[in-house]
Ligand binder design. Sequence first.
Ligand SMILES: NC(=O)c1ccc[n+]([C@@H]2O[C@H](COP(=O)([O-])OP(=O)(O)OC[C@H]3O[C@@H](n4cnc5c(N)ncnc54)[C@H](O)[C@@H]3O)[C@@H](O)[C@H]2O)c1
Length: 98
Amino acid sequence: MKIAVAGTGYVGLSLAVLLAQNHEVVALDLIKEKVDFLRAGKSPIHDNEIQDFLDNKPLNLTATLDKQFVNLLVEGAIKKDMPVLLPMRLKLKRFKVL
Ligand SMILES: NC(=O)c1ccc[n+]([C@@H]2O[C@H](COP(=O)([O-])OP(=O)(O)OC[C@H]3O[C@@H](n4cnc5c(N)ncnc54)[C@H](O)[C@@H]3O)[C@@H](O)[C@H]2O)c1
């Protein structure tokens, strides 16, 4: 299943990392440094367990700054019932909230 998670803080990233063990997860954030960290395989928050997951588990996780990309993914995936986790208040055009 494709899943988008908005916000790579303590709530969003914990969910994203857990779900990315078994699903294709796209994590969205507004802060470039956080996305860059994730793209480099580093946790943008101080959490040893999340860093352990990033270091040692095979995760299907990508990070993006591009809300439009998430909108497109979601629009394209609505037929496929793609869930979007919204720990943050976020105005996506259309989404199904899990
Ligand atoms: N951490 C907790 O224990 C806890 C408990 C209950 C509720 N909450 C709520 O859950 C939410 C997330 O908490 P957290 O601890 O993960 O916060 P956090 O500050 O650690 O992370 C939030 C992340 O979301 C990003 N963000 C903000 N607006 C965004 C947007 N529009 N699109 C994409 N990314 C966006 C921020 O850049 C940040 O990286 C908050 O609303 C918080 O009040 C948190």
